[in-house]
Design a protein around this ligand. Structure first.
Ligand code: UDP
Length: 461
């Protein structure tokens, strides 16, 4: 449903990483389709380095994170990056809002990633409507919320954790920054601190859909005005209502698209194991070796994404020795890959976007979570949604070859694999229904847009 043309102009600010940009950009495309004008804000560095789709309905602008010639790796530490981004980002975001005003394109609302808490403060200074766009599962948000408010004590004890609306969680099913107390303190702070000022936001938006986490969403809706708007996967893979929305449109790495798809076209139906660990985490060299050994041993065809920076971790003879049955690329067009009929199984690090993509396309997963929210996502994949199996890591945090082999076999050939595929079909249908006309997410987006247009939710002028 289109809400008719309107003058509402929204500024959208993601955290500058692929996994954060993708869902917010997709939400913005839905807003545009419903008559909202959107300006999407990237950092100067990313806007210089990203590969974009030329056909787009969204305006792009930039602010600075203080590192215009290099990403956060250019900073002295992640902590230093976050601090500088807060200072320089606040100033340049305010400048951008004023520039748009001067250009006759005033902004009425800011949708910001709550990892950038300062964006809310800037928006408030201008009296704008604010929406915090969370990019993690509601369960993960809930865990961090409880930690932030001292309602879940850390370090965790060995006992299972019971939180409202969530299944009972073992300590190692919480985010790694929580159960591995003291690990990556700057990242942990960024996550937990999302809740420092969210009470002041007019809206909380989640990139999942209601049925995935019904109880957790109901719990959260008691705290804030919550809207689920997912899955935030391009429309052509779900409801097909947004013409031309075949991909996210921004790639921080250049995909080997024709290489991947030509190769997949030549493989039999349901024969390929796709392995990818997202855009961001560095994989331990030992883990790369274990995956390589598993793929060599197992005999199935495979497509494996090993990012350029990680390639040196591959055993030196691996690519040559497996070229008959496998392909290694540095970045894939992941959605096209998951939608391809030759792909039967996805070995994933369980980044939420990858999980939502596989779930929306009904591809069974072998969950090999590494860090951050991934262990919690993996818990839901296996135990709540039943769309995959978890490959358990050993005490060093490495998933061993034998475990990978047995999990992949389970999906490709086992009895459990059949049930998982059936569950996958169910969730694929529910995902499409949620975002399709009249579905829960579609209605939520309509309500959000209607209130933006009517000015409801706006703070008193
Ligand atoms: N992705 C891709 N090609 C690849 C690997 C990943 O296009 O070879 C995309 C993937 O489709 C997803 C995003 O990058 O949308 C990664 O986000 P996710 O949340 O899965 O993981 P993160 O990168 O945040 O760890």
């Amino acid at each position: 449903m289109t809400m008719g043309s309107s003058k509402v102009h929204v500024l959208a600010l993601p955290f500058p990483a692929q996994g954060h940009i993708n869902p917010l950009l997709q939400f913005c495309k839905r807003l545009v389709a419903k008559g909202v004008k959107v300006t999407f804000v990237n950092t100067v560095f990313l806007s210089k380095s990203m590969h974009t789709d030329p056909k787009r309905s969204i305006n792009f602008e930039t602010i600075s994170d203080g590192y215009d010639d290099g990403d956060y790796a250019a900073a002295e530490s992640f902590e230093a990056y976050v601090e500088k981004f807060a200072t320089v980002g606040s100033k340049t975001l305010a400048d951008l809002i004023m520039k748009l005003e001067d250009d006759g394109k005033p902004v009425q609302a800011v949708i910001y990633d709550p990892h950038l808490t300062w964006a809310l403060d800037v928006a408030k200074q201008f009296g704008l409507v604010t929406a915090a766009f969370f990019t993690q599962m509601c369960a993960v948000d809930s865990i961090y919320y409880h930690v932030y408010h001292g309602l879940l004590s850390v370090p965790l004890s060995d006992s299972p954790i019971s939180l409202p609306g969530l299944p009972l969680l073992q300590p190692n099913e919480t985010p790694s920054f929580i159960y591995l107390h003291g690990s990556y303190p700057a990242y942990r702070h960024l996550q937990v601190n999302q809740f420092s000022n969210v009470d002041q936001a007019d809206w909380v938006i989640l990139n999942i859909f209601d049925k995935l986490e019904e109880d957790a969403v109901n719990w959260m809706a008691r705290l804030w005005r919550v809207k689920t708007v997912g899955p935030t996967v391009p429309s052509m893979y779900l409801d097909k209502r947004l013409e031309d929305d075949t991909g996210y449109g921004i790639n921080l790495f250049k995909p080997d698209s024709s290489l991947c798809i030509n190769w997949l076209d030549n493989q039999p139906k349901d024969s390929v194991v796709y392995v990818a660990f997202g855009s961001w985490i560095g994989i331990e060299a030992e883990q790369v070796e274990e995956i390589a050994s598993a793929l060599m041993e197992i005999g199935f065809r495979f497509l494996w994404v090993v990012r350029a920076l990680e390639k040196e971790k591959l055993p030196s003879n691996f690519v040559d020795e497996t070229s008959e049955k496998g392909l290694v690329v540095t970045w894939s067009p992941q959605l096209e890959v998951l939608a391809h009929e030759s792909v039967a199984c996805f070995v994933t690090h369980c980044g939420l976007n990858s999980v939502m993509e596989a779930l929306s396309l009904g591809v069974p997963m072998v969950a090999a979570p590494q860090l951050t929210d991934q262990p919690t996502n993996a818990k839901f994949i296996e135990d709540v949604w039943g769309v995959g199996v978890r490959a358990a890591a050993d005490e060093k945090g490495i998933v061993r070859r034998e475990t990978l082999v047995s999990c992949i076999r389970e999906i490709m050939e086992g009895e459990k694999g059949k049930q998982i595929k059936e569950n996958g079909i169910k969730w694929k249908t529910l995902a499409k229904e949620a975002i399709d006309e009249g579905g829960s997410s579609d209605r939520n987006i309509d309500e959000f847009v209607a209130e933006l247009i009517s000015g409801a939710g706006q703070p008193d002028a």
